[in-house]
Design a protein around this ligand. Structure first.
Ligand code: SF4
Ligand code: SF4
Length: 201
């Protein structure tokens, strides 16, 4: 039987970038650079500590959760809002697309059936988001065919002493910052298929 031909591997040549750093003799000695780095870090630490000890604000950080920043960008993906129909019911039709696409698998929905509402027979009896796992990617918003879930710039109040408190439930998602799809007319609940003219905000 013939032996397979031995493969020859090219020696690895390290790529040279245009901005390769060049170290001088002091940097090559390392000890001086270590002392210089520690002195910069220590100086910033001591300056901030002095400001903090004398009642002034030190580092440019927000002391969360006591301080909540007011300057989040308009497009910040903060907390979710479930939008409402004109009658206050959720626009959500419990299709589960948001829960399916969610990479963190942190949306849980129980679908229910309302035979008295021919226009929207399927609705979420439970809609919860686990903020201990949400990565604020916004894919749930992108996936929703009903504009039933949005994200607003305000952030959820997450600090708590257990993970269960980080589950946000349907009522809070619906009512903490009520929003509607103003562009879309919705059929009135109760089987009347005529469009709810004049109900949109
Ligand atoms: S923002 Fe991303 S991780 Fe959070 S619930 Fe939506 S899809 Fe899931
Ligand atoms: S929020 Fe949107 S995507 Fe999620 S279940 Fe409701 S209708 Fe479907």
């Amino acid at each position: 039987m013939n032996k397979p031909a031995a493969t020859t591997r090219k020696p690895h040549v390290r790529r040279v970038y245009w901005n390769e750093p060049e170290m001088g003799p002091w940097e090559k000695f390392y000890l001086f650079e270590i002392v210089r780095g520690l002195s910069i870090t220590g100086g910033v630490f001591l300056r901030n500590m002095w400001k903090w000890c004398t009642g002034r604000k030190g580092a440019v950080t927000a002391y969360y959760p006591e301080e909540i920043r007011a300057d989040y960008a308009k497009g910040n993906r903060g907390k979710h809002v479930l939008t409402q129909r004109p009658d206050g019911q959720p626009q959500c039709v419990a299709c589960n697309m948001c829960a399916t696409v969610c990479p963190a698998q942190c949306i849980e929905i129980d679908a229910a059936f309302d035979p008295t509402d021919a226009a929207h027979p399927k609705y979420p009896s439970r809609f919860e988001i686990d903020y201990s796992r949400c990565i604020f990617c916004g894919m749930c918003v992108e996936a929703c065919p009903e504009d039933a879930i949005r994200m607003v710039k305000e952030v959820p109040n997450l600090p708590g002493n257990n993970r269960r408190s980080m589950w946000i439930k349907k009522d809070e998602l619906l009512n903490w910052q009520p929003a509607r799809d103003v562009a879309k007319p919705y059929p009135v609940a109760g089987g009347d298929q005529s469009l709810a003219k004049g109900h949109s905000k």
